[in-house]
Design a binder for this molecule. Structure first.
Ligand SMILES: [Zn+2]
Length: 109
């Protein structure tokens, strides 16, 4: 059996999901920051995040989600957490479009 090379690798051999887990284990990142770092579409990043959230428990980790909130009136979007991981386009309370991105962090259980 040959030695696995470069397990922390330069990225080429790692999947997007592995890269994302590595990033989120190190620091909390906002949705758009994460999307830019990984080069994913909104839809693809949501899919990856949902998968990581679902599979975290079996790895002894948990995905902590800081929900989006309205920068104008402070309205939180907690009820969106389970279904939508990206910020809504507009605040239902005051109609402002200045919405703070949700952010994510992986923590050991
Ligand atoms: Zn608002």
């Amino acid at each position: 059996m040959s030695r696995r090379r470069d397990p922390e690798g330069v990225g080429a051999a790692r999947t997007v999901r592995q890269q994302m887990r590595g990033l989120l284990l190190r620091e909390e990142l906002a949705f758009d920051t994460l999307r830019a770092l990984l080069g994913l579409s909104v839809r693809d990043l949501e899919d990856e995040l949902l998968h990581v959230a679902r599979s975290a428990r079996s790895r002894g980790e948990r995905l902590v989600v800081s929900p989006p909130s309205c920068l104008a009136c402070g309205h939180p979007f907690r009820d969106r957490e389970s279904r939508h991981l990206h910020a809504p386009g507009r605040c239902p309370a005051c109609r402002s479009e200045r919405i703070r991105d949700p952010s994510f962090r992986l923590l050991p259980r």
